[in-house]
Design a protein around this ligand. Structure first.
Ligand code: NDP
Ligand code: 2IT
Length: 449
């Protein structure tokens, strides 16, 4: 045990020396190292091959200037990035994030997580992530379009349908994917499946907008099913009110669970009566069309409460689904959730729970699913969008939804395979080892590259 801790510590100090001032990246690497290194040392084929050391080094990092002109005719300058992390099992695949907090550390953590997540989907996709510190909030449609066009004018030379296929993430939805696609097509004079999350009339897949949110609820349902329970009648709290939160809410309603909260960066709403389909429809209008703050909800539904500048983790519930951003749920929040009876947590966002929050969940036998397993539905349906683009065909809603359900259930099975010990399942360990094995095998077969 002491020897193992020493090996892990040595590995992490080597990585952190090379990646200073990258706390989010080191956080993601630490979680993987702590669960995967003890496995590697028991496996002759992996031991001594420095596979994890190769995996933490991105295959390529691109950083570029994005200059554009705002509506006041002033010149704005942002920074664009694409991290091409690992292409052992397929072309680089992962979203683009537009948010003022975006930096190298955040994108490297996201790209690293994506490698494992994509491997878990069983589809042939490597891992990447990109984005910009551009803030779409308060920008006009034409400003967003000009930014996207400038961003793609550099990015286009690095990506391609068999090379690197970006998609959406925070701040990048259908509108942004449209502008990015239009500019790529113009520059390359080529209509291809270079992005996923496209509109239905130009190569998109049914269920892609819903996929991450639906997928996380399917995964939680698998965890509950395994314990002889179900989503029906459960009290659920959700954070965020964007793409993932909206469709997680829709699926909870579908499964007869009661969603009590949603949030954005200004605070959360608490609706004791539950957010039903009609109320969700209103949230979608507020967030996707009017692009306003979540507090507006209480104007139409005055029985609901708005709690400014707070997260929803103090509200009593059975199931918590964090769907906003990294490190949004800390140790204190975890303790409060557990005290209030919450026994199931499924991550919709990437790395929303801090390491000491996760420690609390595991110590207290909370069913806890890490994002790389539970939010893999989005990229899985992106993979299905790529498959349909290659076939020049579109599958029906039922076909795609059926495949999504099957993939989430298979990811659950993989986590159980590698994460079970005695009578408990550690989904963190299961997801990390299962993802690692697939990528490591491909890397070994392809030699030292
Ligand atoms: P959206 O941009 O659609 O929504 C993001 C939501 O999170 C908004 O409600 C936003 O509030 C809130 N939020 C963002 N940053 C912060 C912050 N720093 N503090 C508080 N709230 C914040 O993004 P998505 O729903 O697509 O993404 C949400 C999470 O899910 C991210 O972690 C993303 O990486 C992950 N994810 C997304 C997938 C996808 O397919 N879209 C797939 C897998 C994971 P506000 O509007 O006030 O900023
Ligand atoms: O974090 C993620 O998995 C995503 N943002 C989706 C990536 C994708 O390529 O669909």
């Amino acid at each position: 045990m002491i020897e193992m801790n020493k090996i892990i510590k040595q590995f992490l100090s080597q990585v952190s020396e090379k990646n200073q001032n990258e706390p989010e990246f080191m956080q993601a690497v630490t979680e993987v190292a702590e669960t995967v290194i003890p496995y590697i040392v028991t496996q002759d084929i992996y031991y001594g091959q420095n596979i994890l050391l190769r995996m933490v080094e991105p295959e390529r990092v691109v950083s570029f200037r994005v200059a554009w002109i705002d509506d006041k005719e002033e010149i704005q300058v942002n920074r664009g990035y694409r991290i091409e992390m690992n292409s052992a099992i397929g072309p680089y695949k992962g979203g683009l994030r537009f948010h003022p907090s975006v930096n190298l550390s955040i994108l490297k953590f996201l790209a690293f997580e994506q490698v494992f997540k994509n491997a878990l989907t069983t589809l042939p996709m490597g891992g990447g992530k990109g984005g910009s510190d551009f803030d779409p909030k308060g920008k006009s449609d034409t400003e967003v379009m000009r930014f996207c066009q400038s961003f793609m004018t550099e990015l286009f030379r690095h990506i391609g349908p068999n090379k690197d296929i970006p998609a959406g993430d925070i701040g990048v939805g259908g509108r942004e994917i449209g502008y990015l696609f239009g500019q790529y097509k113009r520059l390359k004079n080529e209509f291809s499946g270079v992005l996923t999350g496209k509109g239905m009339s130009w190569g998109g897949s049914l269920i892609r907008p819903e996929a991450t949110g639906y997928g996380v609820v399917y995964f939680i349902n698998e965890m509950l099913k395994n314990k002889g329970r179900s989503m029906k009648g459960k009290k659920v709290i959700i954070s965020g009110s964007g793409n993932v939160a909206q469709y997680a809410t829709e699926k909870c309603i579908d499964m007869e669970a009661k969603v009590l909260t949603l949030s954005d960066s200004s605070g959360f709403i608490y609706d004791k009566d539950g957010i039903d389909s009609e109320k969700l429809h209103y949230i979608m209008e507020l967030k996707n069309e009017k692009r306003v703050r979540i507090s507006e909800y209480t104007r139409k539904y005055p029985k609901a409460e708005f709690h400014p500048n707070k997260s929803p983790w103090n509200i009593k519930c059975d199931v918590a689904i964090p769907c906003a951003t990294q490190n949004e749920l800390d140790k204190e929040d975890a303790i409060s959730l557990i005290k209030n009876g919450c026994n199931t947590v499924g991550e919709g966002a990437n790395m929303p729970c801090t390491p000491d929050a996760v420690e609390q969940f595991i110590k207290n036998n909370v069913l806890y699913a890490p994002g790389k397993a539970s939010n893999a539905g989005g990229v899985a349906v992106s993979g299905l969008e790529m498959a349909q683009n290659s076939l020049r065909y579109t599958w029906t809603r039922d076909v795609v939804d059926g495949k999504l359900k099957e993939i989430m259930s298979d990811i659950h099975t993989s986590c159980v395979k590698y994460g079970s010990s005695k009578d408990e399942i550690n989904y963190v360990k299961g997801a990390n080892i299962a993802g690692f094995v697939k990528v490591a095998d491909a890397m070994l077969a392809q030699g030292v590259v």
